[in-house]
Design a binder for this molecule. Structure first.
Ligand SMILES: Nc1ncnc2c1ncn2[C@@H]1O[C@H](COP(=O)(O)OP(=O)(O)OP(=O)(O)O)[C@@H](O)[C@H]1O
Length: 348
C-alpha cells in the first residue's frame, strides 16, 4: 500500500508544490510552522481541493484535478488522529471504538493499546493520554486505507508524550497501511518515522528513509541543536557487567540497560550533540564508544556551529561541533576520524 501525492495549491502569499510517495510505515511531514504540512493533510483528507494535482491511495484515485475526481472526505477510507482526541462525549470508549465499524473483533487493538479497563468509561473520565490511545484505536478499527495523524502529541505535556509515544510505535509496527504523521518535533520524528518528507516554504526539500534524511546535515527544519540520526542495530551479546554489545554494520556499540534478546533488531537514535570528533585514537577516556568513522559531509551553520556527517559501517550519523573546532582540527570530507559517542537512545 502506498500513497502518491502530487499537488499544487496557492494561497495569497503561499505556494505549495509537493510531490512524494508515502509507503507503509510512518511518513513524517516534517517542517517549520507555515511550511505547508496541514495544507497537504487537508488535501489528502478531502477538506481542501488543490488547484492542481492527483492523490492516489493504493491505486484508488481520491483526487485528480484533470479528470475532476474529488472523493468526499467520508468516502476516502481515512482514519484520523488529531491533537485533541475528538471522541464522542456521550458514548463509552467501547462505543467510540466501534462507531461506524461494520463488524469484527476489537480485542487485538484493545490489547495492543491497553484499553481493556477503559471500555465502559465515557471520554470525560479519561486522561488526555488515555483519550489519545482511544483515538489511535478508533482510527485503526475504522479499517482505513490510510491514517492521518496531525500533530497528535502537540497538546500533551512531556510526561504524557512519553506515555503515548510507545503506542504510536505499536501503531507504526502493526498498522498495515501508511500513516502520514505531521510534526514539527525532531524528537518525535526521530523516534517514529520510517520515511521523512521535509517541507520548507511549500516545497519538499528532502524525502526518503528516516536513516538517510535525518543523517543529512542540510536537514535542520527545527534547528541544528535538535539534529540527530537514526540507524538500525542488532543485539550481539549481553555482557556480565550489565552492558550490551550492538552491531551497526561492521562496527560495535556498547550500551547499558538493553534487555532485548540476542539477534533482535533495534532502532537507535544518536543526537548530533552527543557525538564528539577526535583526529587521533583516544586513551584515558571514560566514553565506551569510540568508533572509526569517515567524514562524508560538512555543513557550517549560520552561527558558530557546524554539523559533520560521519559514516561507520555503512551507517551515517551526525556530530555537532563548533566551526572553531572544525578549523582547529582541519577536518575535511573523506578524512578518517574517531567518533566519540556519548549517548545512544534505543527504541524497539
Ligand atoms: N485557508 C487559507 N487561506 C490563506 N492562507 C492559508 C490558508 N491555509 C493556510 N494558509 C497559509 O499557508 C501556509 C501554510 O500553512 P499550513 O497550515 O499548511 O502550514 P503548517 O506547516 O501546517 O504550519 P503549522 O505547523 O503552524 O500548523 C501558511 O503561510 C498559512 O498562512
Amino acid at each position: 500500500m502506498t500513497v502518491q501525492i502530487n499537488i499544487r495549491h496557492a494561497f495569497d502569499g503561499f505556494d505549495l508544490a509537493a510531490r512524494f510517495d508515502a509507503p507503509k510505515g510512518v511518513t513524517a511531514l516534517f517542517g517549520a510552522s507555515g511550511s505547508g504540512k496541514t495544507t497537504i493533510i487537508n488535501a489528502v483528507a478531502g477538506l481542501l481541493a488543490p488547484q492542481n494535482g492527483r492523490i492516489v491511495v493504493d491505486g484508488r484515485v481520491l483526487f485528480d484535478s484533470k479528470t475532476g475526481v474529488n472523493t468526499p472526505p467520508n468516502k476516502r477510507k481515512i482514519g484520523y488522529i488529531f491533537q485533541d482526541a475528538r471522541l464522542f462525549p456521550h458514548m463509552t470508549v467501547r462505543q467510540n471504538l466501534t462507531y461506524g465499524r461494520p463488524t469484527g473483533p476489537i480485542d487485538a487493538v484493545v490489547d495492543m493499546l491497553g484499553l481493556d479497563s477503559l471500555l465502559g468509561r465515557r471520554p470525560a473520565k479519561l486522561s488526555g493520554g488515555e483519550a489519545q490511545r482511544v483515538a489511535i484505536g478508533r482510527a485503526l478499527l475504522s479499517n482505513p486505507d490510510l491514517i492521518l495523524a496531525d500533530e497528535p502529541l502537540a497538546a500533551l505535556d512531556e510526561a504524557r508524550k512519553s506515555e503515548i509515544l510507545p503506542y504510536f510505535e505499536k501503531l507504526r509496527d502493526h498498522a498495515k497501511v501508511p500513516i502520514l504523521y505531521v510534526s514539527h518535533s525532531a524528537n518525535e520524528v526521530a523516534r517514529l518515522a520510517t520515511t521523512v518528507v521535509v517541507l520548507n516554504k511549500g516545497r519538499v526539500t528532502h524525502a526518503g528513509s528516516a536513516e538517510t534524511v535525518l543523517s543529512d546535515p542540510t536537514v535542520t527544519p527545527t534547528g541544528v541543536r535538535s539534529a540527530g540520526a537514526v540507524m538500525q542495530a542488532r543485539v550481539v551479546t549481553h555482557d556480565d557487567d550489565g552492558l550490551t554489545v550492538l552491531s551497526i554494520g561492521a562496527s560495535n556499540l556498547i550500551v547499558p540497560n538493553c534487555d532485548a534478546p540476542v539477534g533482535t533488531d533495534l532502532r537507535l537514535r544518536i543526537a548530533a550533540q552527543d557525538v564528539m570528533i577526535a583526529t587521533a585514537p583516544l586513551s584515558g577516556i571514560s566514553a565506551l564508544n569510540t568508533l572509526p568513522a569517515t567524514i562524508t559531509a560538512i555543513r557550517k551553520g549560520d552561527g558558530p556551529g557546524a554539523l559533520v556527517q560521519l559514516e561507520t559501517g555503512g551507517a551515517p550519523f551526525l556530530a555537532r561541533i563548533t566551526q572553531r573546532s572544525l578549523t582547529a582540527l582541519g577536518l575535511t570530507v573523506g578524512q578518517t576520524v574517531h567518533a566519540v559517542i556519548k549517548a545512544v537512545s534505543i527504541d524497539r
